[in-house]
Write a protein that binds this ligand. Structure first.
Ligand SMILES: Cc1cc2nc3c(=O)[nH]c(=O)nc-3n(C[C@H](O)[C@H](O)[C@H](O)COP(=O)(O)OP(=O)(O)OC[C@H]3O[C@@H](n4cnc5c(N)ncnc54)[C@H](O)[C@@H]3O)c2cc1C
Length: 272
C-alpha cells in the first residue's frame, strides 16, 4: 500500500498523529492501522542485544522484566513518558518515527546507539540511531518504508545508569533530560560513558565522545564537576519566550551531576 498510494501514513498508538490531525497540522489521505499486527509487538533478548517490536507500548517497555535486567535505562525512561493512558496506547516505534525533540525514546536510542530495522516491499535495511534522526520531526525513513523493530545493546554487570529529567508539571514533556550509562572496570575506574541530553540543542544529542578525556579515572565529586563543566561547553541551548537558554544550562548542570551521583550509588548497590 505504501508503494501504491504515496502520502499514506501508518498509525500506531495515535497519541501524536491523532492530535496533529485534530489540529489540522497533518492532512492524510490514507492511514494504515498497525494496531492488529501482533508480530510487531514484543521484547526479546538475543545474545548481546534486546530487540523490541515497533508496536510495543511504552507501558510494556517500562514494565519489561527483560529490559529491567538488560537495558534498565530504557525501561526507566519509558516510565516517565506522559501519563498512564498515553503509555498504554503510545508505542516505541511511533515515538521514534515521530521524532519529537523533547521525547524520551529518541534520546535513549541516540545515547545507546540503537539500531533501527526498517522494511519496504521486498527490502530491509538497518539504520544506526545517529543516521535515523535527521532533526526535529524528521527521520531517514523513506515514504515506502516502515520501522518494524529496534535493537539496543545489553548492559554489562559493571554498568550503572541514571535517567534524570525536569518538567514543570508531572506528565509534561521535559525541559531538559539526561540519559546516562557508566561502565566501571574491575578496579572501579570509569571504563566507558554513554551520555545524551534533550533540551540543550535543537534535538536529542549523544555527548559520549566528549567524555573520552575523563575515562580511566576513579569517580569523585571533583571529577563529576569537571566533566559537567566540560560537557556544558558543548551545549547550544536556545532561548524561548518562557524558558531561557541560561535556565536550560543551569538545569543541565544539576541534572548531569545528579545522574552521575545516582549511577555511582547504583554501582555501589546503595540504590536500586
Ligand atoms: C498528552 C500527551 C503527553 C505526551 N507526553 C509525552 C512525553 O512526556 N514524552 C514523550 O516522549 N512523548 C509524549 N507523548 C507522545 C507519546 O509518547 C506518543 O506515544 C508518541 O509520540 C507517538 O507514538 P504513537 O504510537 O502514538 O504514534 P502515532 O501517533 O500513531 O504516530 C506518530 C508518527 O509515527 C509514524 N509511525 C508510527 N509507527 C510507525 C512505524 N512503525 N513505522 C513508520 N512510521 C510510523 C506515524 O505515521 C506518525 O507520523 C505525549 C502525548 C500526549 C498526547
Amino acid at each position: 500500500m505504501l508503494d501504491q498510494y504515496p502520502g499514506t501514513k501508518m498509525i500506531a498508538g495515535g497519541q501524536s498523529l491523532a492530535p496533529m490531525m485534530n489540529m489540522r497540522m497533518a492532512h492524510i489521505e490514507q492511514l494504515i492501522d498497525l494496531d492488529l499486527l501482533s508480530e510487531l509487538s514484543g521484547i526479546k533478548a538475543a545474545s548481546s542485544q534486546v530487540v523490541i517490536g515497533a508496536m510495543t507500548r511504552h507501558h510494556a517497555v517500562a514494565n519489561s522484566a527483560i529490559l529491567q535486567q538488560q537495558c534498565p535505562l530504557l525501561a526507566a525512561a519509558a516510565k516517565t513518558i506522559g501519563h498512564y493512558v498515553i503509555r498504554q496506547r503510545g508505542t516505541i516505534g511511533g515515538s521514534l518515527c515521530h521524532a519529537d525533540p523533547a521525547a524520551q525514546m529518541p534520546l535513549i536510542a541516540l545515547t545507546l546507539n540503537a539500531q533501527f530495522h526498517v522494511k519496504s516491499l521486498g527490502q530491509e535495511r538497518t539504520i544506526a540511531a545517529a543516521d535515523f534522526f535527521q532533526g526535529a520531526m524528521t527521520t531517514a525513513l523513506q515514504e515506502n518504508e516502515f520501522l518494524y523493530a529496534i535493537s539496543y545493546p545489553c548492559f554489562s554487570h559493571q554498568t550503572a545508569w541514571a535517567f534524570e529529567l525536569f518538567n514543570r508539571r508531572h506528565g509534561d514533556y521535559a525541559i531538559v533530560s539526561v540519559a546516562l550509562a557508566v561502565e566501571y572496570d574491575a578496579s572501579h575506574l570509569i571504563r566507558n560513558i554513554r551520555i545524551g541530553l534533550n533540551g540543550v540543542a535543537d534535538f536529542a544529542k549523544d555527548y559520549s565522545a566528549d567524555c573520552e578525556a575523563f575515562l580511566h579515572q576513579p569517580y569523585s565529586e571533583q571529577w563529576v564537576a569537571e566533566l559537567t563543566q566540560h560537557l556544558m561547553s558543548k551545549f547550544a541551548p536556545f532561548d524561548e519566550e518562557r524558558i531561557s537558554a541560561s535556565y536550560r544550562l543551569d538545569l543541565s548542570k544539576s541534572l548531569i551531576t545528579s545522574a552521575f551521583q545516582r549511577a555511582h550509588r547504583r554501582f555501589l548497590k546503595e540504590e536500586a
